[in-house]
Design a protein around this ligand. Structure first.
Ligand SMILES: [Zn+2]
Length: 143
């Protein structure tokens, strides 16, 4: 079954604008746990759940990526109507990779910020799955 996601420019989002809900994307232990997950290469060969890992693992770089995401990302509503932020490296350079069963399955030039409205939960990971997206309100094509 195909899942249907909807995309908006931030100013077009019918739910209103998104601002970073706290100054520190690593301020809560839940966020630090997610940061660790997405900056350490999974060492197990038998890990059928794909994990995406940032190439640049510095905490300061991660924080910068998140801040940049809030500024430049577009809004994604997933098939459960959850709101995420997604952005793409302007030069389409990989910022990470996704690994499954010890094998790289995609080079990722996309960034996704999930739970972007929750101060204790918002966090980012890389994704390779972003093709061009059209705003459902104004028709602008992104990337
Ligand atoms: Zn728009």
């Amino acid at each position: 079954m195909l899942t249907q996601y909807t995309y908006y420019c931030q100013p077009c989002d019918p739910s209103g604008s998104i601002t970073m809900p706290s100054n520190n994307p690593l301020g809560h232990k839940n966020q630090r746990r997610k940061y660790k997950k997405h900056t350490q290469l999974p060492n197990q060969v038998n890990s059928p759940t794909p994990v995406s890992v940032f190439t640049d693992r510095l905490a300061s770089s991660y924080v910068h990526q998140v801040e940049d995401g809030y500024k430049n990302a577009i809004v994604e509503y997933d098939d459960q109507n959850r709101r995420n932020l997604v952005s793409k490296d302007p030069n389409h350079n990989p910022i990470g990779q996704t690994i499954m069963n010890g094998v790289v399955i995609s080079m990722d030039d996309g960034l996704k910020i999930v739970q972007p409205d929750l101060a204790n939960k918002y966090h980012a990971f890389t994704t390779g799955s972003l093709s061009n997206k059209t705003c459902a309100a104004c028709g602008t094509v992104h990337w």
